[in-house]
Design a protein. Structure first.
Length: 714
């Protein structure tokens, strides 16, 4: 970059620029590699201000010289990093100059904050650099500090904006003006300075409060009394205020994301177009274009984030994101599938009704109905079938509405009565009259299609009834197996006592008696299970393992009691005619309690363990195992020694180390404050004020970095 104007001598006339502008232009010329001279005749390039009075006094021949360049030519060469021709300049005459004649139309000095509105995908530094380039290519001079700037570019929605206004008021900088990025872009698009700098009203904190009150009055969410006469602010007389709803805000951000993904969200033309799209979006006519514009300006920080989110989500002219459009397509496909399925079901039901009507028409009026003919009065009607086989409607087939082929021998078989369920159904009049009618096979030997449909329905009813009976049987079997498991646990507890070796005589003494009791109980449970399951054969595993001595059958066995399925009661063992010993009574009581806890536990009522008094008699506590001796004496436990008192020399060294740590912390603190000054363009006092506002009582520098990043936006 230092070779762009290598060998050139640049002359800057003092009557064209103020001292600060001269200093800035000299720095730019030096950065380009040129040499700054104070003699006009020795210079190869003369830098002038085309808007100054001194330039107007020059002769026309001097103005048209090839070595005379406008001052913003230096800034353009520096930004583009090449030597730019006059025809390639953004504007031939600078537009960002002071409009006051008393200021000699000097170049405007600007300061661009990092807290400005950013377009889609821009980072803060990139947005700041773009706005600075727009300024300098059109005549402004950018300053690193805002204290001497004429124009400050800050986003009014950021928290830093209030700090700038307060600083202007405290230091009396009444010449400074605060603008936003869209103002800069409007000036660039129109090619002229659209804001009167001098004298003009200054922007102070009080003025901002008044503006905020006006905006709140214009778009307040509070109820306003009706005004039958007179004009209200910003709307026709008598017209009520229309409050903004979440649906309005959602439409606003989606519209901007769909039609203006590249930015220009603060332009008035954008909202003029929005208000004129009421034909496509009826919600747009709820507010005027000015009201939409003000709504976005007041909430630009939050709305901009929402707009960027919808842009990333792929919102289109339908104002729906890509995911929402996909869900809408899936919902539409599902609706169509349900509609088609409903049509098919309706057609099937209609075909079934037609089949029933046709079947009744074929049967004729003389056929008896199912309600009139009982189950005992249904004979097997035989019809001539193919191949000499008699076709009959047997009693079993009539219950399922399906025809069966039987031989003459089978026809003479004893009549089988239908099941009770079919009898009850026919007694209620629910049976089909066609089930007792005479049916004749066609020449091809196939039944009509209507008969097959009715038969399939009856088969489905029978399968459902069979499934319910199977579930009841399984429930009975489950309860039987649970009760037998309790008996096994009781026997296992008794066998454990005998295996310990401490009470073997006691276990042998009561072995025969216990085996007889358990055998009687198992046989009684099997008989009860057969009765409960309808005399069906019950196949179970051996519930009671065989003992060494054969158990004698009990003389009298009481019928066992079975607990209800939904209660927590436990099945009890039947009483025996033999005399029960004290050990046997205690065994039964302990087994019943353990079984009740095992069956009746739940997450709400957890199982509570208790010591087994029977098993405790036969259990010997394990002997304490000692570690093998290593032949070394045990190591005594050492107590923490009390710290010895420091000597005067050690105390002095400790104090010195502490002082060094304090100095290191202070240097680190100062370096961090200096870093914040450079990063955010603040003074040390302002940085400390911002840190105090964070109200961070404890923490590291990372906490302060996060707080400042949240406050300033980066």
């Amino acid at each position: 970059m230092s070779e762009i104007l290598q060998g050139e001598r640049v002359f800057l006339p003092e009557d064209h620029f103020d001292p600060q502008a001269l200093q800035l232009l000299e720095q730019k010329a030096t950065a380009l590699g040129a040499e700054v001279t104070s003699e006009r005749d020795a210079a190869t390039i003369t830098i002038v201000n085309p808007c100054s009075l001194a330039y107007a006094r020059l002769d026309r021949s001097e103005r048209s010289r090839s070595d005379v360049m406008p001052y913003h030519w230096l800034s353009t060469c520096l930004l583009r990093q090449t030597r730019v021709a006059l025809s390639d300049l953004a504007v031939p005459v600078p537009i960002f100059v002071h409009p006051d004649r008393s200021k000699d139309h000097a170049p405007l000095k600007v300061w661009v904050s990092i807290n400005i509105h950013r377009a889609q995908g821009e980072v803060p530094q990139e947005a700041q650099a773009k706005v600075t380039a727009l300024f300098e290519e059109r005549g402004a001079l950018a300053l690193p500090k805002r204290a001497h700037a004429d124009v400050l570019v800050v986003d009014k929605e950021s928290k830093f904006y209030a700090t700038v206004i307060k600083e202007m008021k405290e230091n009396g900088r009444d010449w400074q003006k605060v603008v936003q990025r869209d103002w800069v872009e409007d000036c660039v698009n129109t090619g002229k300075l659209g804001w009167a700098i001098a004298p003009g009203p200054i922007v102070t904190a009080k003025a901002e409060e008044q503006d905020a009150e006006k905006e709140q009055e214009y778009d307040s969410f509070e109820d306003e009394p009706e005004r039958p006469k007179g004009r209200g602010p910003g709307r026709p007389a008598g017209k009520p205020r229309i409050e903004y709803t979440p649906e309005d805000d959602e439409f606003l951000v989606r519209y901007l994301a769909a039609y203006y993904p590249g930015g220009a969200w603060g332009s008035r033309k954008t909202f003029n177009t929005l208000a004129s799209s009421a034909a496509q979006y009826p919600i747009a006519e709820r507010h005027s274009d000015q009201s939409w514009h003000e709504r976005f300006k007041k909430n630009s920080a939050a709305f901009s984030k929402r707009v960027e989110k919808f842009i990333r989500a792929g919102v289109d002219a339908s104002l729906k994101t890509e995911a929402e459009r996909e869900r809408a397509r899936e919902k539409e496909q599902k609706r169509r599938a349900e509609t088609e399925q409903g049509k098919r079901q309706a057609e099937a039901a209609q075909g079934k009704r037609q089949a029933e009507v046709s079947l009744e028409a074929r049967a004729g009026p003389s056929a008896p109905s199912g309600a009139q003919a009982g189950p005992s009065s249904r004979p097997a009607h035989v019809a001539a079938g193919p191949a000499g086989v008699a076709t009959a409607t047997s009693p079993i087939a009539s219950s399922s509405n399906r025809r069966m082929l039987v031989t003459p021998d089978e026809d003479e078989a004893p009549h089988v009565e239908p099941v009770d369920q079919n009898a009850r159904r026919e007694a209620r009049g629910e049976g089909l009259s066609a089930s007792t009618e005479t049916r004749v096979e066609s020449g091809s030997g196939h039944a009509p299609a209507q008969q097959e449909i009715v038969a399939e329905s009856n088969v489905a009813l029978e399968s459902e009834s069979r499934r319910l009976r199977t579930q009841e049987s399984n429930a009975e079997q489950l309860e039987i197996e649970r009760t037998l498991l309790v008996v096994q646990q009781s026997q296992g507890s008794l066998e454990t006592q005998g295996s310990n070796g401490h009470d073997e005589s006691l276990a042998r003494g009561h072995g025969e008696e216990t085996q007889a009791l358990l055998g009687d109980f198992a046989r009684a449970r099997q008989e009860a299970a057969k009765v409960a399951m309808g005399d069906r054969e019950v196949t179970t595993t051996d519930a009671v393992p065989a003992a060494e001595d054969a158990a004698q059958p009990a003389s009298v066995v009481d019928q066992p009691r079975r607990a209800h399925e939904e209660s927590n009661a436990v099945a009890q063992a039947p009483a025996s005619s033999r005399r029960r010993s004290a050990l046997q009574a205690e065994l039964e009581e302990s087994t019943a309690k353990r079984s009740k806890r095992a069956i009746g536990t739940s997450p709400r009522h957890p199982r509570h363990s208790s010591p087994d008094r029977i098993a405790a008699r036969a259990i010997v506590p394990p002997a304490r195992q000692s570690l093998p001796s290593t032949g070394q004496p045990p190591t005594p436990t050492r107590r923490a020694s009390i710290q010895e008192r420091l000597t005067p020399r050690q105390h002095a060294e400790s104090v010195l180390r502490g002082q060094q740590l304090v100095l290191e912390q202070r240097d680190r603190y100062r370096a961090k404050i200096a870093e914040y000054e450079k990063k955010y363009g603040l003074t040390a006092k302002e940085v400390l004020d911002e840190v105090r506002k964070l109200r961070v009582k404890s923490g590291s520098w990372d906490v302060i970095d996060a707080g400042l990043r949240e406050r300033f936006g980066w």
